[in-house]
Design a protein around this ligand. Structure first.
Ligand code: IMP
Ligand code: MG
Length: 182
């Protein structure tokens, strides 16, 4: 079966309204304190761009690509965080922004590395959180939407590099019948 975006899970309006509310929540939390936003590429791109334009605190932006191993046949390895790309985070308040929180491995590894680099505080924000049965490594501090355990694309999220540009979030049709591609 051909994999393609199917049912719309979150439409453009819903996303925009939730991003507004989430930005209010985060503005209220930091109350004008300067922060460093660490965006997790490539998936954070659209969400991050919408979110930070609603922020009121002084902020700096750092972007990072985290290498994860999606092949389940290989032994589980921790994601690789290129910390050097992030500059000096010692003593800074850091907000990590990602598209989706699935197993928590990516955000867990980032939080651990940035904490070890001496950040004053490290909070986690994701547009989506997948509802899963098993234990998570870390908890999200700020979450846009909780969604069922389905594969989604759009608004920055991809499948094999495609569909990041959809303005909404859709369920990937046919995914359950096909093995995933990293
Ligand atoms: P985690 O480390 O398992 O939390 O995985 C998070 C990463 O897996 C995200 O940053 C996404 O790149 C990818 N991912 C997990 N679920 C989805 C999905 O439903 N659609 C697109 N990408 C996903
Ligand atoms: Mg991805």
């Amino acid at each position: 079966m051909e994999l393609k975006p199917g049912r719309v899970l979150l439409d453009q309006r819903e996303i925009a309204a939730r991003v507004d509310a989430l930005a209010d929540e985060i503005n209220g939390f930091y109350r004008g304190m300067p922060i460093v936003i660490v965006g997790v590429l490539d998936g954070c791109l659209i969400f991050l761009a919408d979110l930070i334009r609603r922020f009121e605190m002084p902020l700096e932006l750092a972007l990072v690509k985290v290498k994860t191993y999606m092949d389940e046949s290989a032994p589980q390895k921790p994601p690789i965080v290129p910390l050097a790309d992030l500059g000096d985070l010692a003593g800074r308040h850091v907000l990590i922004v990602d598209d989706i929180y699935d197993t928590g491995a990516t955000l867990g590894a980032l939080k651990a590395e940035i904490t070890a680099a001496g950040a004053e505080s490290v909070r986690l924000c994701a547009l989506l959180e997948k509802k899963r049965e098993h234990e998570r490594e870390v908890e999200l501090d700020f979450c846009g939407f909780a969604i069922p355990d389905v594969f989604v694309v759009g608004y920055g999220l991809d499948y094999a590099g495609r569909w990041r540009n959809l303005p909404h979030v859709a369920v990937l049709e046919g995914y359950d019948e096909t093995p995933p591609v990293a």
